[in-house]
Design a protein around this ligand. Structure first.
Ligand code: UT7
Length: 324
């Protein structure tokens, strides 16, 4: 039994932080951010708004689109690195608020690849006999962002996206998923403090070790290489050429990364989903946010083949092919 995406949903908080707003916070400019990243604005949560709040909204929309009742869910997976609490899992909070009384729930931590990792797990659950799995990517990156560090604060944003998986009745569905990791370069993007290695303390806070540190330039090069590799792997596994792709949904990190990957693959820009100008890098939420936008804009027709590819902290990289 193949699994299919029965419905998608997304949600982004209302508050918009523009590049002009950032010009007032750090030594940067709208033109630098736009040229070097492609980002114009990002969404940021209101005080008190947390990961499960965004996840819940996206999940409700995906459930509505799929026609699946919350009580029919077997499992809820939330891909996130910015959950409401260190414990319990954010997925449990969503499970309760949805009224998904039968569902098991846990979080998946694979940074920007989290959604594709969770999608792959959900796919395996459906193939092993479960009927409905809710896969969410939800992030509040603004709380692990150092808003005084111009190297990182211009990049990230908050948001959530979700899909409901169920058994496929026809040719449509998830054709394959491909997951990779290399913990040997885990210090490329990381949050050094606040975990069990360097527990939360006044020192962690004052030294800003609870915020993302990143070697941007090195990450950039590896991102291009790994996303290209993961996409080729996905195409090869399905006997496809890059031209057979109807839509490419890459992790929205930097428009220059997306252009470089698309050029290397030889696909035209019209086939590439780009929305980071409005949302920035929303980590695990970026692919489901873009997927839902593609659905809302009517970009996906029956039989279309969508390739998704991501890279992120870990380092992790991943891809998936879905027939619509
Ligand atoms: O989901 C995975 C997360 N990570 C990523 O996707 C990050 C991938 N990397 C990138 O997107 C890019 O490397 C960045 C956008 C982070 C940086 O762009 P870059 O072209 O690689 O710039 P750079 O780091 O080589 O820095 C070039 C210059 C530096 O100044 P000097 O040393 O040449 O005087 C930086 O200090 O740009 C400076 N700079 C800035 N200037 C204005 C760095 N950030 C800013 C800024 N505004 N916000």
């Amino acid at each position: 039994m193949k699994s299919a995406i029965l419905g998608t949903g997304a949600f982004a908080p209302e508050r918009v932080v523009t590049n002009a707003d950032l010009e007032r916070m750090v030594d940067t400019s709208d033109s630098w951010i736009l040229e070097r990243t492609g980002i114009r604005e990002r969404r940021v949560v209101a005080p008190g708004q947390a990961c499960s709040d965004l996840a819940l909204e996206a999940a409700q929309r995906a459930l509505k689109a799929s026609g699946v009742h919350p009580a029919a869910l077997d499992v809820i997976l939330v891909a996130t690195c910015t959950g409401d609490f260190p414990l319990p899992a954010t997925a449990c909070l969503v499970q309760h608020r949805l009224g998904a009384i039968r569902a098991a729930a846990c979080d998946i931590s694979a940074a920007c690849c989290g959604f594709l990792y969770a999608l792959s797990i959900g796919d395996a659950y459906i193939k092993s006999g479960m009927r409905h799995v809710l896969v969410i990517g939800s992030e509040v990156m603004s709380v692990i962002t150092d808003w005084t560090d111009r190297n990182t604060c211009v990049l990230f944003g908050d948001g959530a996206g979700a899909v409901v998986l169920g058994g496929s009745q026809d040719e449509s569905g998830i054709l394959s998923t491909h997951l990779h990791a290399n913990g040997g370069i885990s210090d490329l993007i990381y949050v050094p403090g606040g975990g069990s290695r360097d527990p939360a303390s006044e020192d962690v806070l004052s030294d800003k070790r609870c915020y993302i540190k990143m070697r941007g330039n090195e990450t950039f090069k590896i991102a291009v290489k790994t996303m290209e590799e993961a996409t080729h792997e996905a195409l090869k596994a399905n006997g496809m050429s890059a031209q057979d792709m109807d839509l490419f949904i890459p992790h929205q990190a930097n428009v220059r990364i997306l252009r470089a990957v698309s050029q290397r693959l030889g696909i035209s820009e019209e086939k590439v989903m780009i929305n980071l100008d409005r949302f920035g890098n929303t980590s695990a939420a970026s692919i489901p946010l873009a997927l839902d936008q593609a659905v809302q804009e009517g970009k996906l027709k029956q039989g279309h083949k969508v390739v998704m590819a991501a890279f992120g902290a870990g380092l992790t990289w991943a891809s998936a092919v879905v027939q619509w």
